[in-house]
Design a protein around this ligand. Structure first.
Ligand code: GDP
Ligand code: IMO
Ligand code: MG
Length: 428
């Protein structure tokens, strides 16, 4: 099973980091192919808790080569902070490889992210403020700075000048901010060159050779399907392709290489930031899920919005990503609920729709049509096989599986590495 893609099935924070970590001992490479340090993955290994933003979660496992591929936007300051944080805790990061084609997030991207959000007022996206959108905008506008530009000072200076030409007008005249000097950006970036030199390479070729040699490569998506710039709830999305197609364009491997697509789906739903969310709860159950599930962002600390499981979203995710296996996470959080509602369809202004509507206005109006399933009260965190789960938990899982468009191959029953029920081998 050489090339495996792992993606988020909802609006992020499904437990992708934990799932990647779980598989890592059997992997040769873990590749981050989209997004940047807007991601936040919490991985719990024994008594140790790690918060990762930019580095792929496979970095925690010795013997895995972590790769930041061309589809990622890299804030170099954050990169080295994260590397130093891990090294100080004994994690070896020396194998890290970064694509020469990955784009760089600079100070002007962070500034623009924050000021444009402020200008949007009530219409704001609720971004993480990390400069993600402005950096991808520069990439598409062909005024971005790439990793390889750092190794040619003349080129770097020309490119920063080109980018700032436009942006300083915008910053000063529209947003009433100070102009940013070319030298401060160039000097800052050049300060990292020698440390970056051994890491920056042709990662497309590296991954091609690894796959040719029969090695196992996992492509770890950041964000999630409903935050994908093409297939998510636009404009309330991130600025990259978080779906499985993004693993191809974001890494330079071919689509026919991919053998398996693993979707990570939570047993309920959460969302950070603005945008439609049909099953969102504003009552004590919303509070229950947030508290019991510790639904506070790894990146910004914001309380995540919470709601019940949404089966049309899982089906949509299965379809647009080609999900072969789902990992259902955080089932333990639902323990103690008498009857558990699940959205099976939407009522859109009186019309019943079983699929995610293509019209954003319809999705904004969508009211969930719920079915209820009996809950359980037993602690399930010690379950290691499906039979260990209470009968009602088993039937909840089977009902969700039947509605979600792909088989459930593992079930998370706690944050720890070992707190998992395996149903099918995810890599075989
Ligand atoms: P990611 O962004 O998809 O990697 O997910 P996050 O790390 O942002 O959020 C998932 C949170 O749930 C983390 O704090 C994990 O430690 C935790 N987690 C993952 N799987 C489970 C599970 O099965 N049960 C419980 N209770 N927590 C889990
Ligand atoms: P992981 O990988 C949840 C959300 C932000 C905002 C929108 C756009 O941990 O699942 P951006 O800064 O990307 O321009 O913000 O996307 N967002 C996430 N929400 N999990 C994430 O990553 C996210 N990354 C971005 O909250 O609504
Ligand atoms: Mg997260």
């Amino acid at each position: 099973m050489p090339a495996v893609v792992l993606i988020g099935a909802q609006w992020g924070d499904e437990g992708k980091g934990k799932a990647t970590d779980l598989l890592s001992s059997r992997l040769d490479y873990v590749v981050k192919f989209n997004g940047g340090n807007n991601a936040g993955h919490t991985v719990v290994v024994g008594d140790e808790k790690y918060a990762l933003h930019l580095l792929p979660s496979g970095i925690l496992t010795a013997g895995v080569t972590p790769v930041i591929a061309n589809g990622v936007v890299v804030d170099i300051e954050v990169l080295f902070e994260e590397i130093e944080g891990l090294e100080s805790r004994g994690v070896d990061t020396s194998q890290l490889k970064i694509s020469a084609n990955a784009h760089v997030i600079t100070q002007y991207h962070r500034t623009l992210d924050k000021v444009t959000e402020r200008f949007l007022g009530k219409r704001q996206i609720g971004t993480t403020g990390r400069g993600i959108g402005p950096s991808y905008a520069d990439k598409i506008n062909r005024v971005g700075i790439r990793m390889q530009d750092l190794f040619d000072e003349n080129i770097l200076r020309q490119k920063v000048e080109g980018a700032l030409d436009q942006k300083n007008h915008l910053l000063v005249k529209v947003y009433n901010r100070r102009a940013i000097g070319v030298d401060e950006i160039v000097d800052d970036l050049l300060g990292y060159v020698e440390r970056l030199r051994p890491m920056v390479t042709d990662t497309s070729l590296l991954l091609h050779r690894a796959l040719e040699a029969g090695q196992t490569v996992l492509f770890e998506g950041g964000q999630a399907t409903m935050l994908d710039v093409d297939h998510g709830t636009y404009p309330f999305v991130t600025s990259s392709n978080a779906t499985s197609g993004g693993a191809v364009t974001g890494s330079g491997i071919a689509p026919n290489r991919i053998d398996r697509v693993i979707g990570i789906v939570k047993a309920y739903t959460t969302r950070v930031g603005s945008g439609p969310f049909p099953t969102e709860l504003f009552d004590e159950w919303g509070e229950f899920l947030a508290e019991k599930g510790h639904e506070f962002g790894t990146t910004t600390g914001r309380r995540r919005r919470t709601g019940w499981y949404d089966a049309p979203i899982a089906r949509y995710t299965a379809r647009v990503n080609g999900v072969t296996d789902f990992v259902l996470t955080k089932l333990d959080v639902l323990t103690g609920i008498d009857r558990i509602p699940v959205a099976v369809a939407y009522d859109v202004d009186g019309v019943i729709m079983e699929e995610v509507p293509v019209s954003q206005s319809d999705f904004h109006h969508a009211k969930p049509v719920y079915e209820e399933f009996p809950g359980w009260t037993e602690d399930i965190s010690g379950a290691r096989s499906f039979e260990d789960l209470p009968a009602n938990a088993q039937s909840y899982v089977r009902e969700l599986e039947a509605m979600s468009g792909a088989r459930f191959s593992a079930i998370g029953v706690g944050p720890g590495r070992e707190e998992i029920v395996q149903l099918h081998d995810l890599l075989d």
